[in-house]
Design a protein around this ligand. Structure first.
Ligand code: MLC
Ligand code: AMP
Length: 517
């Protein structure tokens, strides 16, 4: 079946592989020695992994949950899950046992793949939730997943999929503190990848002539979908970093044409003396997103490299929504995330759900082939997040000017974005409130020079209890992913409240604003 009749995203990606499969598709940059993977390696490796999954005889909508360190094999596993027609469920490597227990319990994956060192606790959780198959994979290509796949055939026909069949579930935390699994279909991912292929100039380059530096994690939209699909659809080579390292990336920029990062990656590179125009001579595109980009970072980048950052806006539920134009001369880029991408509709509504005038601020709502199907097994949550006429309420606050250009000014959802990772205060507060001696707590985001924003907590002890901020931080670090743990915890006699009894988080934010200045 070809890309027209089979909506499986893998078919479209595979169709874009270069004719000469012996060319390098991926080169690793921070393994003990560089590893070269050809396009044929990708084709064969994903076939073997897909055959392993097929040998398990799973129903198509089976979830394959993956919490492993970044590696090319981990990427192949993602592609193999698509290819086999199952549903990919990536998990941040920072998640700890209680978090994994929730995701596995909620998603009920048929297969879990984890690091060999985590096998003991992850397999206990998985088997208790009814998962039958737990494999391991580490960044050095060891583990039972590849051991088993080694016996499989390297030929595999991609499973037939319909456009609305599920391709992936991405967990994104909820304002109530419970994560929700955003269900993304083959249509969602493919339509967005094809739109970006045109919008960001991939299509205009001779096929196979681009080189992308891939330095983002592959468990979120930005690194997994936007970057990977962009490169694969263009037949572009990837220079692959297992972890972001500012000096290491700068050292490879001269071989690259495209880079994608969250703002923290840009500020860290700006702190390196080696970042200069000469290093960026062949670059055609630097993309920033996932968190607000400061004007000073935008200006400093242009000053140091001669390149204008292209900021775009998206989310797990929608993949990419807006983008500045590829050609800097076609727009102003600074301070805006650009107009909606082709096929995406975007509107701004006030609190009553009524339209606002141009340049007036309100809640951003969107529609389009990229918008997810809903939250996994949460029909009520799904209904809450859509308007009656089926626009998705992003929870972001912004305005659109007369030309249709979007500026994001804040969020109505109580969310901290720290170094591109989302931290939901409600979840962290729930965790703090369970600690011995805690009466209540409030977590707010404050500016941070490296992560853009970090969490800070105010904690009220129960009568007669004595609390210590550092001890609370230590207690949280064994319960939740470290990036969610507040950088500082203040023990306070009470939280500021308004006349209605609601905690005034704006006062806490103002109080601690300069903490990391
Ligand atoms: C790491 N730490 C963080 C953190 N990352 N704390 C807050 N926020 C973060 N983002 C903590 C670690 O837990 C550790 O604490 C300490 O900082 C140092 O950790 P590290 O491992 O050395 O950090 P580093 O590897 O340098 O990671 C920083 C980073 C990483 C910026 C490279 O966070 C990152 O890759 N961010 C990108 C996230 C991303 O891809 N977002 C896209 C989402 S998609 P301790 O206590 O353990 O010492 C999306 C949609 C869209 O939003 O529009 O794209
Ligand atoms: P996530 O749930 O991890 O997919 O995060 C999505 C959220 O990241 C969006 O709802 C926005 O709040 C934020 N975001 C993404 N891109 C941008 C951007 N360019 N500027 C500001 N915020 C952004």
């Amino acid at each position: 079946m070809d890309a027209q009749s089979n909506a499986n995203l893998y078919v479209a990606l595979r169709a874009a592989f270069p004719d000469t499969l012996d060319a390098t598709a991926i080169e690793t940059c921070d393994t003990p020695r560089p590893l070269q993977y050809t396009w044929r390696d990708l084709e064969r490796g994903t076939a073997m992994l897909a055959n392993l999954l097929a040998s398990l005889g799973l129903p198509p909508d089976s979830r394959i949950a993956v919490q492993v360190d970044k590696s090319v094999e981990a990427l192949m596993l993602y592609l193999a899950v698509l290819r086999a027609g199952h549903v990919y469920l990536p998990l941040n490597t920072a998640y700890q046992a209680a978090e994994i227990e929730y995701f596995v319990g909620n998603a009920e994956p048929a297969v879990v793949v984890c690091s060999p060192h985590a096998f003991g606790w992850v397999s206990r959780i998985a088997f208790a939730a009814g998962t039958r198959h737990v494999y391991t994979l580490d960044a050095e290509r060891r583990g039972t997943l590849l051991d088993r796949a080694a016996y499989q055939s390297d030929r595999h026909e991609p499973a037939p999929r319909q456009p609305d069949d599920l391709a992936a579930i991405l967990y994104t935390s909820g304002t109530t503190g419970r994560s929700k699994g955003a269900m993304l279909t083959h249509r969602n991912l493919r339509s967005n990848a094809e739109v970006l292929h045109e919008a960001w100039g991939w299509a205009a380059q001779p096929r196979g002539s681009d080189t992308l530096i891939h330095a983002l994690p592959i468990f979120h939209v930005h690194g997994l979908f936007v970057a990977v699909h962009g490169a694969l659809l263009a037949g572009a080579k990837m220079l692959w970093f297992g972890r972001f390292d500012a000096a290491g990336v700068i050292a490879r920029l001269s071989e690259a044409t495209v880079f994608m990062g969250v703002p923290t990656l840009y500020t860290r590179m700006l702190a390196e003396p080696a970042l200069a125009r000469a290093a960026c001579a062949h670059m055609r595109l630097f993309v920033s997103g996932s968190a607000p980009l400061l004007a000073e970072t935008f200006d400093a980048w242009r000053e140091r490299t001669g390149h204008t950052l292209l900021e775009r806006y998206g989310m797990s539920e929608t993949v990419m929504l807006t983008s500045n134009p590829y050609r800097p001369e076609e727009g102003r880029r600074r301070g805006t995330v650009g107009p909606p991408l082709p096929g995406v509709q975007l509107r701004v509504r006030d609190e009553r759900g009524l339209p606002v005038a141009s340049d007036e601020t309100g809640g951003i709502e969107v529609k389009g082939p990229n918008v997810f199907m809903g939250y996994w097994r949460m029909p009520e949550k799904t209904a809450e997040e859509f308007t009656p006429d089926l626009w998705f309420k992003t929870g972001d606050v912004g305005r659109v000017d007369a030309d249709g250009w979007v500026t994001i000014v804040g969020r109505s959802k109580d969310l901290i974005i720290s170094g591109g990772y989302n931290v939901y205060p409600a979840e962290v507060e729930g965790c703090i409130n369970q600690l011995e001696g805690v009466a209540e707590s409030a977590v707010v985001g404050v500016p941070h020079p490296d992560f853009g924003e970090v969490g800070v907590a105010a904690v009220v002890p129960r009568a007669g209890a004595t609390l210590d901020g550092a001890a609370i931080v230590a207690a949280l670090k064994v319960r939740i992913a470290h990036f969610k743990v507040p950088r500082q915890v203040f023990v306070v006699p009470e939280l500021p409240r308004n006349a209605m009894g609601k905690v005034q988080k704006n006062l806490l934010r103002a109080q601690h604003r300069a903490l990391f200045a």
